[in-house]
Design a protein around this ligand. Structure first.
Ligand code: FES
Length: 118
């Protein structure tokens, strides 16, 4: 396989949706931490809607997905920065930059995430 073919296959592989949880496994108001290709992310359930976001705080690399989920906001457990899980936008300092968010779909009872930031 040539380098170009290998890269193409790898890139195509990266763009696939990956099943990370089953519907019902993530209780409303909570987030599950998952890893796809070494990328840690949180999958939040907000009243039955699911959102995938990066698990690394832009303030000081805190584990955002381990924090409390309050509506659409997840609070970093280290210094309390808040991010909107729908967009990654900062809602409360000390973080200044958004976290990535990822495409997510529900197929049957499978929650699937594409590990490429939106
Ligand atoms: S590391 Fe997240 S608020 Fe500081």
């Amino acid at each position: 396989m040539s380098n170009a073919e290998w890269r193409k296959e790898k890139n195509e592989g990266m763009s696939e949706f990956v099943t990370v949880a089953k519907v019902g496994e993530i209780a409303p108001g909570t987030a599950k931490i998952v890893t796809i290709d070494g990328v840690a992310m949180g999958v939040a359930n907000v009243e039955g809607e699911y959102y995938a976001f990066g698990d690394v705080c832009t303030h000081d690399d805190g584990p955002v997905a381990e924090g409390e989920l309050d509506g659409y906001q997840i609070e970093c457990p280290r210094h309390g920065a808040r991010f909107d899980v729908r967009t990654g936008a900062v809602r409360l300092p000390p973080a200044g930059a958004p976290i990535p968010v990822y495409p997510l779909r529900v197929e049957g009872d499978a929650i699937q995430v594409k590990p490429e930031p939106k």
